[in-house]
Design a binder for this molecule. Structure first.
Ligand SMILES: NC(=O)c1ccc[n+]([C@@H]2O[C@H](COP(=O)([O-])OP(=O)(O)OC[C@H]3O[C@@H](n4cnc5c(N)ncnc54)[C@H](OP(=O)(O)O)[C@@H]3O)[C@@H](O)[C@H]2O)c1
Length: 322
C-alpha cells in the first residue's frame, strides 16, 4: 500500500484527486496538509485519511511521518518547488500538479532533489490519461495521419473576477497559460514529439486587456518542432469556447471536441470518421501510473524533465509583464 498525503486541500484536490485516489488499487489517502489545521481535519475526515494523526498545518511535520510514502502537491504553482524539495529531502515521492514550477531554478531544484533522494517525481498532466487521447496518440504515432504538419489546441474559459491567485504575482506566474495553457502545451508536445521531435522555436502574443495584472489573460503561442511541423495554442480567461484539439498530417487529420477538461469525455474523429473510446477517469490513470512507478522504481510517464521542458517553454512564451 502506498500512503499518500494531499498538500493543498483546494479545488482540484477535493473535486478530482482525493476521489480518484480512493479508486486506485494499492493507494491510500494517509494525511492532509492545509494552512489551517481545521481545514486539514475536515478534508481528512471527509476522505477518510487513514493515519493515526491525519491532519497537519506544518509541512515539515507531515513529511517527518515515517509511515508516509508520497505527497501530492495541489497547491499554487509558485509553492511547488520549495514543497517538493522539502518532501524529497524527507524521502517522500512527489506527484506535483502542473505547471511544476514558476521558474527554471525551482524546476531544476525539484528534479535534482528527487534524483538525489532517489524518489520519484511526477507532474500531473492528467489529459495524457484521457482514454480517447491515449488511443489517438497511439494511432498518430503509428502513422495514421502520415507526417506531422500542424496542430491546433484551443482551451479558454471566462473568469468572473481576478480574485484567483493565478491572476497575481505572489504564488502565480501565468493565468490562462497555467490554468489551461500548460495542458495544451503538454498535449502538443506529447502528440507531435515522436513524429516531429522537440520544440525548437517559440513565438507568442500575450495580452492582459481586462484586469491588466501581471499575468496573461489571453495567450497565442506558436511552436515549431524539429521536423518543421508547427503548433498553435490559444488560451484565455476572457471567453468561453468549446475546447478543441486539431491535428493535421500529410495524409489525414483528427479532431477532438470537448475532450479537454477533468471528465475524460468528448468526441473524436480520425480521417473524418468517429473514433470510439470508452471514457475513464483520467486522474485514476495518472495516479495508478505514479503508484506503479514507485513499485517498479522507474520514472512516471510524465516525469520532472518533461515538466521542466514545459516550464521553459511557458517562460519563453510569456515573459514577465513590464
Ligand atoms: N490537473 C488538473 O486538472 C488541475 C486542475 C486545477 C488545478 N490544477 C493545479 O493544481 C494546483 C492547485 O490548483 P487549485 O485550482 O486546486 O487551487 P485552489 O483551489 O486555490 O487550491 C489550492 C490550495 O492550496 C492551498 N494553499 C497554500 N498556500 C496557498 C496560497 N498562498 N494561496 C492559495 N492557496 C494556498 C490552499 O489550501 P489551504 O488554504 O487549506 O492551505 C488552497 O485550497 C495548481 O498547481 C493548479 O495548476 C490542476
Amino acid at each position: 500500500m502506498i500512503r499518500f498525503a494531499i498538500v493543498g486541500p483546494g479545488g482540484i484536490a477535493e473535486s478530482m484527486l482525493a476521489p480518484a485516489l480512493a479508486e486506485v488499487p494499492g493507494a491510500q489517502l494517509w494525511s492532509v496538509h492545509s494552512r489551517s489545521l481545521e481545514r486539514a481535519r475536515t478534508f481528512a475526515s471527509r476522505f477518510g485519511a487513514a493515519a493515526p494523526r491525519p491532519a497537519f498545518d506544518d509541512l515539515a511535520a507531515l513529511c517527518a511521518d515515517p509511515a508516509l510514502d508520497a505527497v501530492i502537491l495541489a497547491t499554487p504553482d509558485g509553492l511547488h518547488a520549495e514543497q517538493t524539495v522539502m518532501a524529497a529531502r524527507a524521502g517522500k515521492h512527489v506527484l506535483c500538479e502542473k505547471p511544476m514550477a514558476t521558474d527554471l531554478d525551482g524546476a531544476r531544484a525539484m528534479v535534482d532533489a528527487c534524483k538525489k533522494a532517489d524518489v520519484r517525481l511526477g507532474v500531473a498532466y492528467h489529459l495524457r490519461w484521457h482514454a480517447g487521447h491515449r488511443a489517438l496518440a497511439e494511432r498518430v504515432h503509428a502513422g495514421a495521419l502520415g507526417e506531422a504538419r500542424h496542430l491546433r489546441v484551443q482551451w479558454t474559459y471566462q473568469a468572473r473576477s481576478a480574485e484567483n491567485w493565478r491572476a497575481h504575482g505572489d504564488v502565480g506566474r501565468w493565468w490562462s497559460l497555467a490554468g489551461v495553457g500548460t495542458h495544451c502545451l503538454d498535449l502538443a508536445r506529447w502528440l507531435w514529439k515522436p513524429l516531429a521531435g522537440e520544440v525548437v522555436e517559440v513565438r507568442s502574443l500575450v495580452t492582459r486587456p481586462v484586469w491588466r495584472g501581471p499575468n496573461d489573460e489571453t495567450a497565442l503561442v506558436m511552436l515549431r518542432f524539429a521536423s518543421g511541423a508547427t503548433a498553435e495554442l490559444v488560451t484565455s480567461v476572457l471567453f468561453e469556447s468549446e475546447p478543441r484539439v486539431e491535428l493535421f498530417g500529410s495524409q489525414a487529420s483528427a479532431i477532438c471536441e470537448g475532450t479537454l477538461g477533468p471528465h475524460g469525455k468528448g468526441r473524436i474523429t480520425l480521417g473524418g470518421k468517429p473514433f470510439e473510446f470508452l471514457p475513464v477517469n483520467p486522474y485514476v490513470g495518472e495516479l495508478s501510473d505514479f503508484v506503479d512507478a514507485i513499485h517498479q522504481h522507474r520514472d512516471p510517464e510524465v516525469d520532472g524533465r518533461e515538466g521542466l521542458r514545459n516550464v521553459a517553454i511557458l517562460l519563453e512564451a510569456a515573459p514577465r509583464a513590464t
